[in-house]
Design a protein around this ligand. Structure first.
Ligand SMILES: C[S@@+](CC[C@H](N)C(=O)[O-])C[C@H]1O[C@@H](n2cnc3c(N)ncnc32)[C@H](O)[C@@H]1O
Length: 271
């Protein structure tokens, strides 16, 4: 486990993932019933962009730093980042939008990172932090007592079979709770792995899956993060149109005019 998110916090991929997370949170909290949030790969919760790690890569300069004056589609996300102060990871974003009737479980396998996350949430009764394997937790923590759930799956893709694990994780999660909303992030380096991932999802039997992707440039170099994607299972009503606007606004601000920059919204399976 070499991946440390502190080097990448606030980069373009975080902006994309977290902007969609905020919009999914808004949709899940529209009804009064309590929601269970499961963050399977939680990281440390929030990030100091002045830290050595963040300064060393400077990735956030091409991410959150470019989102001053956000358009309407990104205003909620950028507003929340400003409100929190440090750059929020997914647990801090979810926690900021939770209501008293909601609950969150965060899984983080790295011992130091899970200890940091545990310290962040202290005695918060609505949050539980587990030093636990994400894929095992998906089977163990679903279904929750709550009738509604949002699950974020955000692995580091260090393992060569991570795309396959995500497909298996989604199949397991959906088999445990058909109605939950699942969002799984993935890197787009070269076109081939995401295409195979989509093909596997189409063949998986999981219904109602949409994939959104953002490209900074043509995804031709397998050694470089050229873009990223998110698959959503059970997206909220009207998601595709809203997503297209969000992605257009993101690429307008985060892209630097390289050939092949753009986005896509693709329905992989029907409801
Ligand atoms: C991309 S980072 C998570 C970032 C976080 N979701 C966010 O948006 O702020 C991935 C995290 O997953 C952790 N991790 C890796 N393998 C794991 C596993 N099998 N189970 C749980 N956590 C894992 C890593 O230590 C790392 O902190």
């Amino acid at each position: 486990m070499n991946y440390r998110h502190a080097f990448h916090a606030g980069n373009f991929a975080d902006c994309m993932k977290h902007a969609f997370l905020v919009s999914l949170l808004t949709a899940t909290t529209r009804k009064p019933a309590g929601v269970f949030y499961l963050d399977t790969h939680a990281g440390i919760g929030r990030y100091d962009l002045d830290s050595d790690e963040a300064q060393r890569t400077g990735e956030w300069h091409n991410g959150i730093a470019k989102l001053t004056n956000p358009p309407e589609s990104l205003a909620d996300y950028v507003g929340l980042v400003r409100e929190i102060g440090m750059y929020p990871g997914s647990p801090a974003i979810i926690r900021a939008r939770m209501r008293p009737q909601d609950r969150m479980a965060c899984c983080e396998l790295h011992p130091e990172d899970s200890a940091k996350l545990r310290r962040l949430f202290g005695r918060d009764k609505q949050v539980s932090v587990h030093q636990r394997d994400a894929w095992e937790a998906l089977g163990a923590l679903l279904p929750p007592a709550e009738k509604r759930a949002l699950v974020l799956i955000d692995p580091p893709y260090e393992a060569t079979d991570e795309f396959e694990r995500v497909v298996e994780g989604l199949k397991l999660g959906v088999s445990r709770m058909r109605s939950a909303v699942f969002a799984a992030w993935y890197p787009v380096k070269h076109r081939q792995p995401p295409r195979e991932f989509h093909r596997a999802l189409r063949a998986s039997g999981i219904r109602d899956v949409v994939a959104v992707e953002l490209y900074l440039r043509e995804p031709l170099d397998a050694a470089r993060l050229n873009g990223c994607g998110l698959v959503i299972v059970n997206p909220p009503f009207g998601f595709e149109a809203v997503a297209a606007q969000t992605l257009e606004d993101l690429i307008g601000r985060l892209g630097s005019g390289e050939a092949g920059a753009g986005f896509s919204v693709e329905r992989l399976t029907d409801e």
